[in-house]
Write a protein that binds this ligand. Structure first.
Ligand code: ZN
Length: 220
């Protein structure tokens, strides 16, 4: 476990504790199809613990000997105010920043757990399972049209466009806040577009959020 702390793009710390990372599965129809999953009627939510957070700007340490570790590149939303049962309109004031995250997933283990009808935490919540980029101020990003990409070894693997989300960012955060209170410092991951795949040692990853954020890293 790393001593993780949120940061802004300019390197200054965000003085908010990370409590939980709330994630949504299957928020892009094309990704649900690539894993042979049905498209859900309402968001499929799960939580990664704060101890899974890591710096995306540092080499990625992935578990050894536990099967494939897949990358899922996602738009990350940093919450700045408490939200309970909020309306989509109310969430705008509570969004402090945007960044990118990798929802790292032990895919073989997740498949076993899914087949048994068990929770996914062991596949999604391990130490280092949530590398997070620095954040940029929410006024720099339009959550309805945000675009992001992942390149692995110079080749584009994933391309996300918020217009393709089944539930847009503000509706999603409002929905989540109706299930459990979001606290300042919590992060919401908004789902992965298609193109997920396994990480291998030594791979170089580049992630971009519009023209505003660029992060390069590699797999240790
Ligand atoms: Zn995901």
């Amino acid at each position: 476990m790393q001593d993780y702390q949120h940061h802004w793009k300019d390197g200054t710390p965000v003085h908010l504790p990370l409590g939980k990372i709330v994630c949504v599965g299957r928020n892009y129809a094309a990704h649900a199809r690539e894993l042979d999953n049905p498209v859900p009627d309402e968001p499929l939510l799960f939580i990664k613990p704060a101890s899974s957070a890591a710096y995306l700007t540092r080499p990625l340490r992935i578990p050894a000997g536990r099967g494939s570790v897949h990358f899922e590149t996602e738009l990350a939303v940093l919450i700045g105010r408490p939200l309970t049962a909020a309306s989509p309109e109310e969430t705008g004031q509570a969004i402090l920043g945007y960044g990118l995250a990798l929802d790292l997933t032990l895919r073989d283990l997740q498949s076993q757990l899914k087949a048994q009808g068990h929770p996914w935490e062991r596949a999604k919540g391990f130490d280092g399972a949530c590398p997070l980029s620095p954040f940029i101020s929410s006024d720099r990003v339009d959550p309805l049209t945000a675009r992001f990409t992942l390149e692995v070894d110079g080749k584009q693997q994933q391309s996300g466009d918020a217009r393709e989300m089944l539930m847009p960012v503000r509706e999603l955060i409002a929905h989540i806040s109706g299930q459990f209170t979001l606290m300042p410092g919590d992060v919401v991951l908004t789902g992965t577009p298609k193109g997920v795949g396994p990480l291998q040692a030594g791979q170089a990853l580049s992630l971009e959020l519009g023209d505003d954020l660029f992060v390069g890293t590699h797999v240790a």
